[in-house]
Design a protein around this ligand. Sequence first.
Ligand SMILES: C[C@](O)(CO)[C@H](O)COP(=O)(O)OP(=O)(O)OC[C@H]1O[C@@H](n2ccc(N)nc2=O)[C@H](O)[C@@H]1O
Ligand SMILES: Nc1ncnc2c1ncn2[C@@H]1O[C@H](COP(=O)(O)OP(=O)(O)OP(=O)(O)O)[C@@H](O)[C@H]1O
Length: 284
Amino acid sequence: MKIYEKAPAKINLMLDVLHKRPDGYHEVEMIMTMVDLADRLEMSALPRDTIIISSQAGYIPLDEKNLAFQAAKLIKERYNVRSGVYIHLDKKIPVAAGLAGGSSDAAATLRGLNRLWDLGIPEEELKELGSELGSDVPFCVTGGTALATGRGEVLSPLPNPPQCWVVLAKPPINVSTAEVYGRLHADQITNHPSASEMQEALAKRSFNDVCEQLGNVLEQVTLTLHPEVAHLKEAMLRLGADGVLMSGSGPTVFGLVSKESKVSRIYNGLRGFCKEVYAVRLLT
Ligand SMILES: C[C@](O)(CO)[C@H](O)COP(=O)(O)OP(=O)(O)OC[C@H]1O[C@@H](n2ccc(N)nc2=O)[C@H](O)[C@@H]1O
Ligand SMILES: Nc1ncnc2c1ncn2[C@@H]1O[C@H](COP(=O)(O)OP(=O)(O)OP(=O)(O)O)[C@@H](O)[C@H]1O
């Protein structure tokens, strides 16, 4: 038997950091939603007690460093599953991009193996398992649009933003999430984005208000380390995107665009100097 799961990318519509916690993580307030750019996972049961990962992407680990492997191992141990699994990852989400590609693969693995092995694990429990794998995994288990607090694992569902186009551009640089949080001085943040104003914009279904309330305090670290991310933001705005922000710890920049007629101009303009550009819809 084969099971298929879609693992979509996330974007952060707002990301605020309140303070650094004694456990080393940061207390955050984020609003996240999914976009229609997704990895596809194929899972099949193996009689032997083993986990095998393959992928068409040559640039991700296929051993225990892979988050899908870690998710399979966790669920096998916790639920005493003796059979094995073969997982093929068809990667479409750029890696180490701020789009939670690995986290979404881990979440899709949890959902898929719950079905494959008929374990009947409730969603809340899948999210708890997910939080052991990474701060973004619980959100990726449920998807939709949500306010995430704590270190990102405490979730409250929110209405989806009004449907629009999302142009994503990833510059060819590597950003480490741990390094970005590590370089942030949480007590020196002056310009906090507002979770409550963004929630109001979503409740009103106002595209313009959503664009106005976009904000991410991690930009101040990543844009200083990599000025090309700031240039990409400027270019996207100049080309006509309605709202522009860096996702997560970066380096991907996304632009929200309401009019389809503007999308090809923005896409082609960015493609002139950035190889990895995608034009997708929100996953609503
Ligand atoms: C930047 C975001 O992607 C925004 O959605 C998340 O906040 C990070 O989520 P993630 O990649 O799943 O993060 P994790 O794998 O849990 O943590 C990676 C590293 O980021 C830092 N980290 C992460 C989340 C958080 N709330 N505070 C942190 O300081 C920690 O140093 C941690 O060692
Ligand atoms: N299934 C996976 N897909 C992609 N990367 C993976 C996977 N498993 C492990 N990794 C490793 O995780 C690291 C981060 O990759 P990922 O694409 O998840 O980053 P990200 O989009 O920045 O995540 P986040 O937004 O959650 O911080 C990479 O260095 C990669 O080698």
